[in-house]
Design a protein around this ligand. Structure first.
Ligand SMILES: [Zn+2]
Length: 220
């Protein structure tokens, strides 16, 4: 991970040996970097283990910038990972390592994780959002949180379909190798089509149409 961070920051291969350690010695989200002869060592708190690799790369790039600026060897440009890291840090006050998981959402997550990710995805925070039919689900990278509209509580198939979509965001992250930001890439859409119910998208539209009509009568 350090070599990747180095390469994407300085645009040249990392000629140092590297090691990355997750340490109990730090509190919160602290980290440090050291250089001894030709070896770069990065140590991060254990908390970092649960954070997306792209954000960790941003942190390492900031540490590398400090390290090499001090030595007055290099200057580096701001990378998308550094930006990700900064945004992550801004959300830290509300960041919790996975603590929120509603039972219904957890069941849905487990089904989707087993069926499409071989059970390999780590459980994100799982919460209900508002009763919205314009925003059915979101995935927030910085806090690793899937948030679902409460209207999906009524239909497990559609809940799983939207869950699958959000978990693809968790898995694929949101930019390609050239550093440009894309959420719904071609690869994303191809994977999304693998959902077991090929009519899920049509059913979702029908469900929303009926739901809106019902709520129309309910509220007016
Ligand atoms: Zn999406």
């Amino acid at each position: 991970m350090i070599s990747r961070a180095y390469f994407e920051l300085f645009n040249e291969p990392c000629e140092y040996t590297t090691s990355l350690k997750y340490s109990h010695a730090f509190k919160g989200f602290n980290a440090n970097i050291k250089m001894r002869t030709n070896h770069i060592e990065v140590r991060m708190s254990r908390e970092w283990k649960g954070v997306s690799e792209d954000i960790q790369v941003g942190l390492i790039q900031l540490l590398l910038t400090k390290l090499f600026n001090k030595k007055e060897k290099r200057s580096a440009q701001e990378t998308i990972n550094m930006d990700l890291y900064k945004r992550f840090i801004k959300t830290l006050p509300k960041y919790t390592t996975v603590t929120k998981s509603d039972p219904t959402l957890l069941e849905s997550f487990n089904r989707v994780n087993n069926d499409y990710f071989n059970g390999f995805l780590e459980t994100p925070n799982l919460t209900w959002g508002e009763e919205s039919f314009s925003k059915l689900g979101t995935y927030e990278y910085a806090t690793d949180t899937v948030r679902m509209s409460t209207i999906l509580a009524k239909d497990a198939n559609l809940l799983d379909y939207v869950m699958y979509h959000e978990l693809l965001h968790k898995k694929l992250q949101f930019y390609d190798k050239n550093g440009r930001s894309f959420h719904h890439t071609h690869a994303f859409k191809e994977l999304e089509k693998k959902y077991k119910d090929p009519d899920a998208e049509a059913k979702l539209h029908e469900f929303l149409r009926r739901y809106k009509r019902k709520s129309f009568f309910k509220f007016w």
